[in-house]
Ligand binder design. Structure first.
Ligand code: ATP
Ligand code: MG
Length: 330
């Protein structure tokens, strides 16, 4: 059976500012002393170390009053520390060692530091470990001052509850109630989570719809680009073919132009030869005296009428400078 082996204290209440150790091995029965000598403070030290936080239960106005403040000469210690050592030979405390040591140090700031076998531990975790062996600050394995009188005054139902608490049934009931409460909380959280899942599902559907729309838009844009490119390409082909046709037409025209130019040159050469021939004819006619020539004076053009041997009359225009110009040929 788990039992307390040793109590150590430093700076706790009237137990003094120096390190103090009380062995409470088997056979230890009682601590006696005059009123106000600190007997009850020893029990307060035990429940303090087990995690008790109620100033009323610890019989102080506030937790800071737990730090030793008894001597005017000595400086008030910076903290109050209590260490309990349990025999754990039967492993009731779920820790694989024959002896389990727990400690609590209360600093002036109000902060408490707990440790289990020398390692820091959270208060809740420490309580859970100790509760397995039914060690709690409110348990009846610690009978505080005035408790015997209160127990003797209890009604039967209250006594039954007390006994249940002693044998550990009440703790299981409390745990059951706590578990039921946690179950309710979990149910409520589950409902909230389900509602959120519903909202998220709606949102996911909405996002899916938006994504599909965007994909469709992108697909249509791609199609439009492709169609534009196709249209441009066919227009380009058409323009190239028209350009080729026009180039070939231009080539035809330039060939025809060359032909016409060479024809024009031929005609010019013919005209020149005819002019020369006509001049020779006029000259020979004048020389022969067979033609009648009329000459005008002033700015009017010179008019020459030539009668051929066949009697045809042909007008010829002369410039003022008497130079022949083929302005009109009839
Ligand atoms: P009784 O026989 O009357 O029950 P007791 O032996 O149980 O007495 P306690 O109640 O344990 O005595 O101790 C009370 C004493 O502890 C008081 O004298 C009180 O001044 C002293 N005390 C309480 N807190 C502190 C503290 N922080 N520093 C120093 N002394 C303190
Ligand atoms: Mg007392």
């Amino acid at each position: 059976m788990v039992h307390l082996k040793k109590i150590e204290s430093r700076g706790f209440k009237s137990l003094g500012s120096r390190q103090m150790s009380i062995p409470v091995e088997r056979g230890f029965i009682a601590i006696t002393g005059p009123n106000g000598s600190g007997k009850s403070n020893l029990l307060d030290a035990i429940i303090f170390c087990l995690g008790e936080n109620s100033p009323k239960t610890l019989r102080v106005p506030n937790l800071g009053a737990l730090i030793y403040d008894g001597s005017v000469e000595e400086q008030k210690p910076s903290s109050a520390k209590v260490t309990l050592q349990f025999d754990n030979s039967d492993r009731r405390i779920p820790f694989d060692s024959d002896s389990v040591t727990i400690s609590r140090e209360l600093k002036q700031s109000g902060e408490s530091v707990y440790s289990l076998n020398g390692k820091h531990i959270q208060r809740n975790n420490l309580s859970e470990v100790l509760e397995v062996a039914l060690i709690t600050s409110r348990g009846l394995n610690i009978v505080l001052q005035g408790m015997i009188t209160r127990i003797s005054e209890l009604i039967p139902d209250e006594k039954r509850k007390l006994i249940e608490q002693m044998v550990g049934v009440a703790q299981f009931d409390e745990k059951k109630d706590m578990a039921m409460k946690q179950l309710d909380d979990a149910d409520r959280k589950l409902e909230i989570a389900m509602a959120k899942i519903g909202e998220i599902r709606d949102r996911v559907q909405q996002l899916e719809q938006e994504r599909n729309d965007q994909l469709r838009v992108r697909q249509l844009e791609d199609q439009v680009s492709w169609l534009r490119a196709t249209s441009l390409s066919s227009r380009l082909l058409r323009v190239r073919s028209i350009t080729a046709q026009r180039k070939s037409a231009v080539a035809d025209f330039s060939t025809k132009l060359q032909q016409l130019q060479s024809r024009q040159n031929e005609i010019r050469a013919l005209i020149e030869s005819l002019d020369i021939e006509r001049s020779q004819l006029i000259k020979s006619a004048m020389d022969a005296g067979a033609a009648k020539v009329e000459l005008g004076l002033g700015n009017s053009p010179t008019k020459l009428e030539l009668c051929s041997e066949q009697g045809r009359r042909q007008p010829i225009m002369w410039t003022k400078s008497d130079k022949y110009s083929p302005l009109t040929i009839k």
